[in-house]
Design a protein around this ligand. Structure first.
Ligand code: AP5
Length: 207
């Protein structure tokens, strides 16, 4: 059976980390708007480039993101969706184009989120994700998977991380409420090791 799973949570809650594991476990596509936008940061749209919004910690305009998601889901036989929907308009658009089997909200305290974001390092070559304290690579600054150099994302400074948390609280709370009202939302405590959090999510998906 092809799973259609949506992971919700604040910046740094572990959506990327857990989505990659879930996509591998169930053999489905990992669809993430953050990665898709980072890969097209300088794309010209009628609203400007995605870069200008992302570096300020703001949301990229809905029409740009909706189109990316629609195309990705049309081409997927099962998916784990992460980073979308970020506001009620996107949630309503999503409900119009697909059904979901599970909607999971990862709960993590704000100060833990800031520590996770500012310590995150990513591999630009293969997308692998690390943390300087919680998930360090074997050799500092070098990707275990492909040997490329690890970088800090432009929006993982403390100032932009806090801005992103505010944008999340403002825009994404109505999304959570939307799925709560539809009675499909399950909250999972995201404050444990990545493997423990994964076990909790898998229990929900398989329940
Ligand atoms: P996006 O890339 O989606 O960023 P985000 O939602 O802010 O989420 P993150 O990727 O920062 O965090 P995550 O929850 O995936 O955490 P991760 O697993 O990496 O979006 C970036 C920007 O793009 C937005 O600000 C916006 O501008 C734009 N955008 C994207 N989608 C959009 C949309 N739909 N509409 C409009 N604009 C959009 O983990 C974080 C760190 O913690 C890592 O270092 C990891 O190693 C560590 N970690 C993970 N789990 C654990 C654990 N259990 N214990 C300890 N450490 C852990």
């Amino acid at each position: 059976m092809s799973h259609r799973i949506l992971l919700l949570g604040a910046p740094g809650a572990g959506k990327g980390t857990q989505s990659a594991k879930l996509a591998e476990e169930y053999g489905v596509d990992h669809v993430t708007t953050g990665d898709a936008l980072r890969a097209n940061k300088d794309m010209e749209t009628e609203y400007g480039t995605p870069r200008s919004f992302m570096e300020a910690g703001e949301l990229v305009p809905d029409p740009v993101v909706n189109e990316i998601v629609k195309t990705a889901l049309e081409n997927a036989d099962g998916f784990v969706l992460d980073g979308y929907p970020r506001n009620l308009e996107q949630a309503e658009y999503l409900s119009g184009i697909t059904d979901l089997d599970a909607v999971i909200l990862l709960d993590v305290d704000d100060e833990v989120l800031v520590d996770r974001l500012t310590g995150r390092r990513v591999c630009e070559e293969c997308g692998a994700n690390y943390h300087v304290d919680f998930q360090p690579p074997e050799e500092p600054g070098v990707c275990d998977e492909c040997g490329a150099e690890l970088i800090q994302r432009d929006d993982d400074t403390e100032e932009t991380a806090r801005e992103r948390l505010e944008v999340f609280a403002e825009n994404t709370e109505p999304v959570i409420e939307h799925f709560r009202e539809e009675d499909v939302l399950v909250e999972v405590d995201g404050e444990a090791t990545p493997d423990e959090v994964f076990d909790r999510i898998r229990d929900v998906v398989e329940a």
